[in-house]
Design a protein around this ligand. Structure first.
Ligand code: SF4
Length: 306
């Protein structure tokens, strides 16, 4: 039985790509490339929905370098889709060659995303990675150059589809035809496409171009305030307060009130955190507390170091 490694984001398109290939009698292994910005939980569920077990590969550190400095630039927000996708395909290629998969497949749809899903981009990427003819895109394959899998008769070209553009009508009809009960459309679990998060990350990049994974994770929690080379994060609930505590680094200061109020994490990307900065953090903490004690400034614990 021929085997395909399918890049699986958890979105409807990747579910359909798997289902089309399974119908061709292909053994399908869905693979999810986990990063700091896109976690696998949802994809796992959507793979199970079509009877598959998701394989998860962690590419966080390599992906982070791309987010810091993407050779092909960013999409609409801080999403470096062309380079990110190239990295995933490169990793998939390594797995394919090592483990004897016949080809790689994706749920990409021609012209669905003007920045990254054009035929020229597909071709350039395949050429650069030495994968010409090795990638099948079942949803648009009929509109693309013939693949090796079709030439070898592993899949039939006439069973592939010719979907193009941003309309979701055909995908939704296909989901019905395949009896899919639960699916996500469109597939955006990647927080780099979120405008609010992108704004925070841009600010971070300005003050610290070599940000690490932990720096990006604190931005996912709470209210975020930048001042010079300092970032203040104010937790909005118990979960976020706990996350800030867990993400604390050795030079950070965490402010924790004795009264009902948020924790505030202070991180500096230049000098040490002095009393003046701590005072500003306390002011923020008090501002976002529902109820404060009589002497709030004296009722806030300064926890230093991790
Ligand atoms: S949306 Fe996120 S995960 Fe998907 S290709 Fe773009 S950067 Fe990568």
């Amino acid at each position: 039985m021929a085997k395909a490694l399918v890049l699986f984001s958890g979105g409807l398109d990747s579910q359909l790509a798997c289902l089309i290939l399974m119908k061709e009698g292909i053994e399908v292994v869905p693979v999810f490339f986990e990063t700091y910005f896109f976690k696998a939980e949802k994809a796992k569920r959507f793979a199970e929905e079509i009877g598959l077990t998701l394989r998860i590969e962690n590419i966080s550190e390599e992906h982070l370098k791309i987010v810091q400095n993407p050779p092909h630039g960013y999409g609409k927000n801080m999403n470096p889709c062309i380079d990110c996708h190239m990295l995933m395909i490169k990793r998939a290629k390594e797995i394919m060659e090592k483990e004897g998969f016949d080809f790689i497949a994706t749920g990409e749809v021609l012209d669905e995303r003007p920045f990254s899903q054009r035929d020229k981009v597909f071709e350039e990427m395949e050429k650069t990675l030495g994968l010409e003819g090795k990638i099948v895109r079942p949803l648009s394959q009929k509109l693309l150059k013939i693949s090796e899998a079709e030439r070898k008769g592993l899949i039939k070209r006439e069973h592939m589809l010719d979907i193009k553009g941003q309309s979701r009508v055909r995908q939704i009809q296909l989901a019905k035809d395949f009896g899919l009960k639960e699916y996500e459309t469109p597939a955006s679990g990647c927080i780099l496409t979120d405008p609010e998060f992108a704004k925070r990350l841009k600010e971070l990049k300005k003050i610290n171009p070599c940000f690490d994974g932990n720096d990006t994770q604190i931005l996912r929690n709470g209210r975020v305030f930048f001042e010079d080379k300092i970032v203040f994060i104010v937790g909005r609930n118990e979960f976020e307060n706990k996350r800030l505590e867990d993400l604390r680094k050795s030079n950070d200061v965490l402010l924790v009130p004795d009264f009902p109020g948020p924790s505030v994490l202070i991180r500096s990307f230049s000098d040490e955190i002095n009393d003046n900065i701590i005072y500003k953090g306390k002011e923020l903490l008090i501002k976002y507390s529902k109820k404060v004690s009589d002497n709030p400034l004296d009722s806030i614990k300064e926890v230093k170091g991790a």
